[in-house]
Structure formats: C-alpha cells, structure tokens
Design a protein around this ligand. Structure first.
Ligand code: OAA
Ligand code: MG
Length: 236
C-alpha cells in the first residue's frame, strides 16, 4: 500500500494580517484578486453557502481530500485541528451523502476551529445552525456518510473550483467563500484596502445626494467619476 498522505498543520497566518482582513469583505478581497489576475478572483463556487449567514469565517486553511461521502479523513482532521484554522474539505461536490452533521460540527466547535468548508452536502441543518462555528456547504442531505479512508490531510486540493494550499487564508460571509493564496496576501490586502477606501467615498457621495434630495437642494452628480470618463471615451 502506498504511503498515507496525512501531513501536519500549516503555520497559522499572523494575527495582524487576520485583523486587517477582518476590516474588509470577501467581495473587496475578490476585487483585489481580480486586479492581480488571480484565478477565479479566489472565489469558490456560488453554490457553496453558509448554513448560517450571520456568521463570518476567517482563518488559516487546513485541508482534507475525500470523495463519495467518505468522512473518515474529516473525522481525523477535525480531532487534530486547533483554534485559528478553517477545515477545507475537497469533497468533489458529492450530493448523495452528507459529509458531516451536527455531532462532528459540535466537536469542531468544542476544539475551537474557525470554520468548516465542505465541497458537498451536510445534514442536521438546525443543529449546525445553533453552533458557534461557521459551516459552509453546497446543500443538505439526510443520508449518512460512508467510512472508507484514508483520503488525504493537508495536501494541495481543489475545493469548490479553487485551488487551496494548506496555509492559505479563507474568508467566508453571506456572499460565499474566498481563498487568498498565502504568498499573495500582502498585495491582495493593499488592493482590497484601496477598494474599501473608494467604497467609503462612494457611500459619502450617495449620502450627500440623499441629503440634498430630502432638502430639495440642487442634486450633486451621483455617478462615479469612472462612468463619466468611460462615457466620454465612448462618445456617449
Ligand atoms: O453520522 C455522521 O457521521 C455525521 C453526522 O450526522 C453528525 O456528525 O452528526
Ligand atoms: Mg448527525
């Protein structure tokens, strides 16, 4: 039998990076990755959604590679997890069996994982929602997982359309899950922070417009400058 690929946890992403990321949104980070030409702008499939959209998930990726609803390697990975990590399960989008339910979720919550991402289905929806841990999945299925093994732990995987290396940054919210390659984090953050500042200015312009509208004052231009520039260029 070939050697089982169960590797150790990657190094956690430094706390100062996590703090910068938490002031942004996955959408802003994706805009940054788009500018940098990063594949799929770091976005996982749109069908991967939070079980509870009120929970935000940020952490360092560690991975499981599995298929056909086999949750043996997910069990092993959960029990060797630590606070700060998000477990990314490359489950090949399997729809016939759930990979985890609220018991495994509760164990991960007890250990203090920052989240679980499943490229596949889960079960025990109500129980999962009641936990503190954010869980992302492609849907729900009551049929239970198989236990085959070994699968792989902490190898490079493709999860919901995006390559994930152990140690990458994972950021999930109500819009979906975003992956920032670890060696690009600084440049992605710089771009995303610029986008955030631009959005702040736009919000101010819109608020000014609303104030003028409500006071029956002359309305300022609400269109972003770049729209006017493009119109000029296109002769519109
Ligand atoms: O039975 C399983 O392996 C998955 C499950 O429902 C749970 O974790 O609650
Ligand atoms: Mg269950």
């Amino acid at each position: 039998m070939s050697k089982v690929k169960y590797n150790k946890l990657p190094e956690l992403i430094p706390q100062e990076i996590i703090e910068r990321v938490s002031k942004l949104s996955p959408a802003q980070l994706c805009d940054g990755m788009k500018d940098l030409g990063i594949l799929r702008d770091g976005c996982m499939d749109a069908s991967l959604m939070p079980v509870d959209e009120n929970k935000i998930m940020i952490g360092t990726a560690y991975t499981v590679d599995t298929e056909e609803g086999d949750n043996f390697p997910i069990h092993v990975a959960i029990y060797q997890g630590k606070p700060g990590y998000v477990l990314v399960v490359a489950g090949k989008g399997h729809t016939e069996r759930a990979y985890i339910g609220d018991l495994m979720g509760a164990a991960a919550d007890a250990i203090g994982l920052n989240g679980i991402v499943i490229d596949g289905f889960v079960r025990d929806k109500v129980g999962l929602k009641e936990l503190n841990i954010p869980i992302y999945a492609k849907g729900f299925m009551q049929r239970g997982p198989s236990k085959v093994g070994p699968g792989e732990i902490n190898t490079v995987v493709t999860c919901a359309g995006v390559k994930v290396e152990p140690g990458d940054l994972i950021f999930g919210d109500y819009d979906g899950v975003t992956v920032i390659p670890r060696d690009r984090i600084e440049e992605v953050l710089e771009k995303a922070e610029k986008k955030s500042a631009y959005e702040e200015e736009r919000r101010k312009t819109i608020a000014e417009y609303v104030a003028c509208r409500d006071n029956n004052e002359e309305l300022p231009d609400i269109a972003p400058g770049w729209v006017n520039e493009m119109k000029d260029k296109l002769g519109i």
